[in-house]
Design a binder for this molecule. Structure first.
Ligand code: BES
Ligand code: ZN
Ligand code: ZN
Length: 487
């Protein structure tokens, strides 16, 4: 898909169009015939430009036609950027089904709402790329139709922001496609290989450490989870040098369970069927690294993924085991399904001890409790540092992704302790907070943020810019965080 600014495209130039209409019906500059149609629709109360309204018409000229969708933008200022993404996403998909080749987008009515060219340009480019994505690689009758060109008019656009939006959209859908790959295809080995190829094409370095090297690093907690599977674990280390002069290096850690059966604390089938998605944290950091490198962001960033499967065999770790960890703390295994935090703490120890980072952020599909707390529209966040948290909060805002900070009350601190070991991996309620605090126990006096994306990393249905399955949650916020740190 090629996105191009063409401030005077006409109906004859396109075979599909999305036109935003505000409630005040400012149709200045619209073709006469279009104004006429809209006036009639308004009169008949079929379309009045209100939020949540849309109307499709077929526009005839000579013997050709254009599939046209009006989307209502309202005018009371309650129209949000995510609403705009969703409306365009739905309209885009409808038109793609109609096999249009050239799409015209007229968003002149947006002037009243967003007058900042760079914001709206990035938003539109991101939205178009994200809405174009579908996970249909495994369907033999998949629709191969491509919308080749999108023409933009009606606003002043900013080419740099359009380019940035396109890169962000593409890295978001790359992340989704990793999340969506089934676990029989996306093993830890395959994930490492795909990160390597993506690093080569994007401009960041990837080092893959195999079983022997992981053993030599004493990553006992990570290895305990991995050992039930016949698939070997991989430690994926991604480095990007943005030549930051201050010497700062941001550390990112993503949970990379390419499959989570629960292990001996086995999940019921309904809870297992989506567990190929348990590497949503990994796909978020990999996607973010791609965007950071492609945009040439000035911050130094290292990302680490401890990739493995949580499976059942005679080699599996067991409830009741007491294991060690790279950080040296002993851990009582109360539940083998609380495996993510075990892989994460070794990755967090590794990145602090070997990669010279001075702040660390981990992102993970960590707890079902996060879904109970915040649903699928917000990620749960914990932090030990208000300044670092505030940068993360702003980065989420910039990406229009929601997050909510959870408290770390003193009373909770006893919950992750165990009478026979230093820590327990299954501290219980509040599950999202105790899981995060377990990771915090391995952070060595540097700013830390933890993001639980169990609710936000995948969706059950296609809607707006979201396809069914992986969402790429976290990719754009992490990119904006790195960008902010370069200033
Ligand atoms: N991968 C799951 C968390 C999860 C659940 C992500 C649902 C997305 C959707 C994680 O490994 C897990 O099973 N956590 C347990 C922890 C418990 C045993 C302490 C949970 O949340 O139930
Ligand atoms: Zn689990
Ligand atoms: Zn898991």
């Amino acid at each position: 898909m090629q996105i191009r600014v063409d401030s005077d495209w006409k109906m004859k130039d396109v075979d599909g169009a999305i036109v935003g209409i505000g409630q005040n019906f400012d149709l200045n500059g619209f073709p006469e015939k279009l104004t006429e149609i809209l006036s009639q629709l308004k009169e008949k109360e079929l379309f009045q430009g209100k939020i949540d309204e849309s109307y499709s018409v077929t526009w005839m000229h000579d013997s050709e036609w254009v599939d046209l969708i009006f989307i209502g933008l309202g005018d009371d200022g309650s129209f949000t950027r995510n609403k705009l993404r969703a409306e365009i996403g739905d309209a885009y998909r409808t038109l793609k089904k109609k096999k249009i080749k050239t799409l015209g987008l007229d968003m002149s009515a947006l002037k009243a709402i967003y007058d900042e060219p760079s914001v709206v340009s990035r938003l539109l480019a991101e939205t178009l790329v994200m809405s174009d994505y579908a996970f249909d690689d495994y369907k033999s009758d998949r629709k191969k139709h491509e919308i080749k060109t999108v023409l933009l008019k009606g606003l002043s656009y900013d080419q740099d922001a359009l380019d940035e939006g396109e890169i962000l959209g593409k890295s978001n859908v790359f992340s989704r496609s990793l999340t969506n790959m089934p676990a029989n295809a996306l093993t830890p080995t395959k994930l490492a290989q795909m990160a390597m190829e993506y690093g080569q094409s994007s401009g960041f370095e990837v080092e893959i450490k195999d079983l022997d090297e992981i053993k030599a690093l004493n990553m006992e907690a990570f290895l305990s989870v991995a050992k039930g599977s016949t698939e070997p674990p991989k430690l994926i280390v991604m480095r990007y040098n943005g030549n930051e002069k201050s010497g700062n290096r941001l550390g990112l850690v993503g949970k990379g369970l390419t499959y989570d059966s629960g292990g001996l604390s086995i999940k019921p089938t309904a809870g297992m069927v989506n567990m190929k998605d348990d590497m949503g944290g990994a796909s978020a950091v990999i996607g973010a690294m791609g965007a950071i490198a492609q945009m040439g962001i000035k911050t130094n960033v290292t990302a680490v993924v401890a990739a493995c499967e949580n499976m059942i065999s005679g080699h599996s770790y067991k409830p009741g085991d007491i294991i060690s960890s790279m950080g040296g703390k002993s851990i009582f295994i109360g539940n083998t399904d609380a495996e993510g935090r075990l892989t994460l703490v070794d990755a967090v120890t590794y990145i602090q001890d070997h990669e010279n980072v001075n702040m660390v952020l981990d992102i993970a599909t960590l707890t079902g409790a996060a879904i109970h707390c915040l649903g699928v529209d917000a990620s749960a966040v914990l932090s030990n540092d208000d300044t670092f948290y505030s940068n993360v909060e702003n980065a989420f805002k910039k990406a229009d992704e929601n997050q909510w900070r959870m408290p770390i009350f003193d009373e909770y601190k006893a919950l992750i302790k165990h009478e026979q070991a230093d820590l327990t991996n299954s501290a219980g309620s509040p599950g999202t907070i105790t899981a995060g605090m377990f990771i915090e126990a391995f952070v060595k006096d540097i700013p830390w943020v933890h993001i639980d994306i169990a609710g936000t990393a995948f969706r059950d249905k296609q809607e707006g810019i979201f396809s069914k399955g992986g969402t790429g949650a976290g990719v754009r916020p992490l990119y904006f965080l790195a960008k902010k740190l370069s200033k």
